[in-house]
Design a protein around this ligand. Structure first.
Ligand code: PA5
Length: 424
C-alpha cells in the first residue's frame, strides 16, 4: 500500500499530469515507446521458463554442496539486484551465519579488495559466477582474469571448467566466446532485458538461489505485482499514485528523492533503487536525483539536513515493513542508569516502528513531502512484488519525463575516455 503526507494532492492531480502518466503507461504496455526492444522484464514474472528456474535451482544445489565460497563477479545491473535480495533476505551477516559464503567482486578497481578476496579463497572450495552481458566491462573482466589465474593454479582444467559458470549473452560477446571455448556452463542474459531490469533472470536468480532465498516465491510476488499494478482504476493503484506524486513533486521543483528505510539489511536494496532510477531517468538534463538513507542510523547524521536544511529540494520515499518474525526485546536492568526501564519488554520491531512514526511526524513538521510504501512483512514474496513495483514505476516515470528509460548514454561517455587513456 502507499500513503503520503500531501493531503488531497496525493491523488487529486492536475488533469494534464494524469493524462501524461496514462499515456506513458499505455506506451509501456503497448511497447510503442523508446527503448521498446528492452521490455522483456515487463511480462517476465508470467512468462519465465520453468525449465530454466529448475536449471538454476540444480546449479545452486551443486554449488551449495561443493563450495565454501561463491564468487559473484559483475558490476551495475549485473550484481546489484542479487546483492539487494540476498542482503535483505539473509541479513548483513549472511556470510557469517550461512553455509556457502557469497562475495561480490568486479565492482571496483580497488586492489586491496581483490587482494583480500584472494586471501579469503586461498584454502577454500570456490565456485565462480561471472556475470557480464558484454564480457568486456573493465572491472569484472579484470577481476575474472585474476580469479581465473588464481584458481587455475589450484584446480585441474577439468575441475576449473566445472567451477566457473558464466551468465552472459546468448550468442555474442567476449564472455560467451570464452565460455564456449573453455567449456564453462552458461546462463543467458536475455537480449530484451537490460542490466538494471535483470534481477528476475539468471543474472539475479542464480546467486539468490545459492543464498537459499526461495526464487519461486520471489517470482510469485513479482507476478502478483504484474496483476495488481496493471492499468485498472488508476486512483486506487499504488503504482500510479507513486509515479504521480513523485512526478508532481519534480514539476514543483523538487530535485532529490531520498529512499529511506529502517533496516541496515536494505542498504543494498537502496543501491539497487539508485541505479534503477539514476540510469533510467537521469538524462537529457532531466530527472530526480536518487539518494538514500538508512534510519535510525542516518538520523544521527543526515537527519539534521532533512529536518532543518534547505526546503523544496528533497522528498522522502520510505519503505515500511509492518511486521517481523524476529522476537528480541529490551531487557530490564536493575541499575537503570540509562533510564530505559520504561521500555523493558518492548520488542525491537515495536521500537523501530515507533521510531518510524516519530520521525514521520518530525519530518512532516519540517515540511518534508513523504511517500510511504508499505509491505506486510519482509520475505521473498513481498520483495518480488516491491522490485516489480519499482521497475514499472521507474519506466513509466522516465517516459513521463520524456526520456528513454532503457539506455545509459552517460555511462558510455566515461568508458570511452578511460579506455582511450588506458591506450586501447
Ligand atoms: O544497467 C546496466 O545496463 C549496466 O549497469 C550494466 O549492467 C553494467 O554496466 C554491466 O554491464 P555488462 O553486464 O555488460 O558487464
Amino acid at each position: 500500500s502507499i500513503e503520503c503526507n500531501l493531503g488531497a494532492n496525493c491523488v487529486a492531480l492536475d488533469k494534464k499530469i494524469h493524462d501524461e502518466i496514462f499515456e506513458s503507461i499505455k506506451k509501456l504496455e503497448s511497447a510503442t515507446g523508446e527503448g521498446n526492444q528492452y521490455l522483456g522484464w515487463l511480462n517476465l514474472p508470467k512468462e519465465y521458463s520453468k525449465e530454466e528456474v529448475q536449471k538454476i535451482k540444480n546449479t545452486a544445489t551443486e554449488i551449495k554442496e561443493n563450495a565454501d565460497i561463491l564468487l559473484v563477479i559483475g558490476i551495475g545491473g549485473s550484481y546489484l539486484g542479487a546483492r539487494a535480495v540476498i542482503e535483505s533476505q539473509r541479513g548483513v551477516f549472511h556470510n557469517e551465519v550461512g553455509s556457502t559464503k557469497i562475495y561480490f567482486l568486479g565492482t571496483s578497481l580497488d586492489e586491496t579488495y581483490i587482494t583480500q578476496i584472494l586471501e579469503i579463497i586461498e584454502d577454500k572450495s570456490v565456485y565462480v559466477n561471472v556475470i557480464s552481458k558484454s564480457g568486456t566491462t573493465l572491472e569484472p573482466a579484470v577481476a575474472f582474469r585474476i580469479i581465473k589465474k588464481a584458481l587455475s593454479e589450484k584446480y585441474s582444467e577439468k575441475e576449473l571448467k566445472k567451477r566457473i559458470i558464466a551468465t552472459t549473452d546468448k550468442e555474442k560477446g567476449a564472455l560467451k566466446k570464452l565460455a564456449d571455448e573453455e567449456g564453462f556452463s552458461t546462463f543467458v542474459v536475455p537480449d530484451d532485458i537490460g542490466g538494471r531490469y535483470s534481477v528476475f533472470t539468471p543474472v539475479g536468480l542464480l546467486p539468490i538461489a545459492v543464498a537459499d532465498v526461495d526464487i519461486e516465491e520471489l517470482l510469485d510476488g513479482a507476478r502478483q505485482a504484474m496483476n495488481d499494478f496493471s492499468v485498472g482504476s488508476l486512483e486506487d493503484n499504488p503504482f500510479y499514485k507513486y509515479v504521480a506524486v513523485r512526478n508532481a513533486l519534480y514539476r514543483a521543483g523538487y530535485s532529490t528523492e531520498v529512499f529511506t528505510n529502517y533496516l541496515p539489511s536494505f542498504v543494498q536494496f537502496n543501491e539497487w533503487l539508485k541505479q534503477l532510477f539514476g540510469e533510467s531517468e537521469g538524462k537529457d538534463g532531466k530527472g530526480l536525483y536518487p539518494s538514500s538513507m538508512t534510519f535510525t542510523t542516518d538520523l544521527h547524521s543526515l537527519g539534521q539536513y532533512i529536518q532543518d536544511g534547505k526546503k523544496g529540494l528533497l522528498f522522502k520515499t520510505e519503505l515500511k515493513i509492518e511486521s517481523s518474525e524476529n522476537d528480541i526485546s529490551v531487557p530490564h536492568d536493575n541499575k537503570n542508569y540509562d533510564e530505559l526501564n520504561y521500555i523493558a519488554g518492548k520488542s525491537f520491531k515495536e521500537l523501530n516502528l515507533t521510531a518510524q512514526e516519530g520521525v514521520y511526524i518530525a519530518h512532516d513538521n519540517g515540511g518534508v513531502p513523504q511517500i510511504t510504501i508499505s509491505i506486510p512483512k519482509n520475505n521473498a514474496y513481498y520483495l518480488g512484488m516491491l522490485i516489480y513495483f519499482f521497475e514499472k514505476a521507474c519506466a513509466v516515470s522516465a517516459y513521463t519525463l520524456g526520456v528513454n528509460p532503457f539506455n545509459q548514454p552517460g555511462v558510455e561517455e566515461y568508458k570511452s575516455h578511460m579506455f582511450r587513456l588506458l591506450g586501447k
